[in-house]
Design a binder for this molecule. Sequence first.
Ligand code: HEC
Length: 139
Amino acid sequence: MPSGGAMPIGGAMPTGGAMPTGGATPTSGGSGANDDPSTIARGATVYATQACGSCHGADARGVHGPNITMSQTAGIGTWTYPQFHDAVRLGKDRDGSNLCVFMVAVTEKDISEADMLALHAYLKSKPISDKGNRGDYCP
Ligand code: HEC
């Protein structure tokens, strides 16, 4: 299994279908199936300590902020890892515009690059909700 330390980090990392998994590739960040339980557990801790759940819900299905489960239709299932990264790190939407002010950008002091990957792994591990919910904080 990949160890956190050996993983390439940073927003430019390719994720998803295009990435080879397993085999000779020593690292597998962003490729879902290979996220190990300790990474997911670490992500759960980040999700809790950064209070993501206070807006997105403990189940990530949306409360004040939107559904951020991996639903393809109602959540962030079609977002790439770099897009997710920039939403949390920079408060940027997929088109590069700013998300509304309630989605506060989180610096590396509070979520390291490795923690960001773990956070994403945690969200990927959670049950999906296809129920549209943009929350009640932003228009
Ligand atoms: C104070 C409430 C609040 C907190 C805390 C918060 N968010 Fe958000 N988040 C929002 C709101 C509101 C939006 C929607 C912004 C918009 O529509 O412009 C959002 C949007 C997002 C998006 C983009 C999804 C989309 O469809 O727009 C992601 C990804 C996200 N948040 C992840 C997180 C993570 C991970 C954390 C914890 C580090 C977090 N958020 C903490 C309120 C919050």
